[in-house]
Design a protein around this ligand. Structure first.
Ligand code: FE2
Length: 402
């Protein structure tokens, strides 16, 4: 896993990708990851099978005998054994929130902003396994891990679906182009491109990194929620109803009164700057159940420093965090760093940047910063909030943590 990273080919830089293909048209990027991804994978076959057995992990198995079928997780041993004579694909959702290595791999894609980075789905198929031709409403990178897969694409297609409410498989599909993906090869698809992936080998693993822009109505709802939470109830006492003329006619409502309300309400609306802050808070929100899965040992600050010396420290994989306007925003919260000196602030930012981008800091590498106690106290605070941890999340340990 350590050697895995994105390698843009000479023929396609990140900048060109964004300008020419992102949200526009599909592109196949050969060897975006090294071939070793097949053997040194962020999520192994055992991880996928292990996760699929856990009730709280969103999982399904799509298989075809004569017709298409779907079984929702948890997938028992009996279900998997019964699939032997079928072509099958096991799909596990949000794997980035379950395993530290998957979280790190997922964040290689943070060259596209956090606003749209959604989740990592991982699939495991036997030879011939597929989920059927379909189209999605979001952007996706399909990275081939272990095995080999044939991808067929079509941009002019009939969107009529087969009569199976559990699966959204296209009734007719005619491939316009096709590619065979080997370990490390990556196919980018913008929304609404029909695609059909067929595994050409047993134990084919595909990583699907999905993107979705937030729905503006949902975002507005959240922004107003944060705002209302911040409005002081003292606003009520500033109302001066006695100054308003009452209306004599019971069928009428005085203009003076309605204007008074409208003006007061307009004044309560968030400012442009506040809206921006609440948007940042909203996009860093994580699923509380998933974030709370990590419960750290209650240790003193000096013991924490001893641990930092000996152990790698990880960001909670379920946690989304960004640095915005000199402060740290995480899980809908803002950590104010304005009390730090310039040097302490720089150190804090360096450490947090490392944690947010690389998702971990290796043991011992924080030692040169030990003299900046106030910066390390911030890291300690995040540890006590269970947002950082010394426990790397691996699939065989998940069942204990749930
Ligand atoms: Fe898809």
């Amino acid at each position: 896993m350590n050697r895995t990273k994105i390698n843009w080919p000479d023929t396609l830089t990140e900048k060109t990708f964004k300008r020419k293909y992102w949200q526009k048209k599909p592109v196949l990027i050969r060897n975006l990851f090294p071939k070793e991804i097949a053997t040194n994978s962020p999520v192994s076959k055992q991880d996928i099978i292990g996760l699929s057995k856990i009730e709280s992990v969103p999982t399904k198995c799509v298989y075809k005998r004569k017709d298409w079928h779907v079984k929702h997780g948890p997938l028992t041993k009996k279900i998997v054994t019964n699939l032997r004579d079928a072509n099958w694909t096991i799909l596990v959702d949000k794997v980035n929130t379950q395993l530290s290595d998957a979280d790190r791999f997922f964040h290689f894609f943070n060259f596209i902003d956090l606003f749209s980075l959604k989740d990592l789905m991982v699939s495991l198929s036997n030879n011939g396994g597929s989920v059927g031709p379909h189209y999605d409403s979001y952007d996706v990178f399909l990275v081939q891990g272990h095995g080999q897969k044939l991808w067929q694409l079509s941009s002019n297609f009939d969107p009529t679906l087969e009569n199976n409410p559990d699966l959204k498989i296209l009734k007719t599909f005619k491939a316009e182009e096709e590619f065979i993906l080997n370990p490390g090869d990556t196919l980018y698809l913008p929304p609404n491109i029909a695609h059909n992936g067929i595994s050409l080998k047993d134990d084919s693993i595909t990583y699907s990194i999905g993107f979705k822009h937030p729905a503006i109505l949902e975002l507005t709802d959240k922004v107003l929620f944060y705002h209302m939470d911040n409005i002081s109830s003292s606003q009520e006492s500033s109302l001066k109803y006695f100054k308003i003329k009452t209306c004599r006619d019971p069928l009428d409502f005085s203009d003076e009164m309605i204007n008074y309300f409208a003006e007061k309400i307009i004044k309560l609306m968030p400012s442009y700057e506040k809206i921006k802050k609440y948007v940042v808070k909203t996009i860093t929100e994580s699923d509380a159940d998933v974030v709370n899965r990590i419960i750290n040992k209650d240790i003193k600050f000096h013991n924490f420093l001893v641990h930092l010396n000996k152990k790698d420290i990880y960001i909670n994989p379920a946690m989304k965090a960004v640095f915005w306007k000199d402060n740290l925003f995480y899980d809908g919260e803002e950590l104010d760093l304005s009390a730090l000196s310039e040097r302490e602030y720089k150190v804090t930012k360096t450490l947090l940047k490392e944690l947010i981008e690389n998702r971990m800091i290796p043991s011992g590498t924080i030692i040169p910063y030990f003299k900046f106690k106030r910066a390390l106290k911030i890291i300690f605070f995040l540890y006590r909030e269970n947002l950082l941890t010394f426990e790397k999340l691996r699939s065989h340990e998940i069942s204990h943590n749930l």
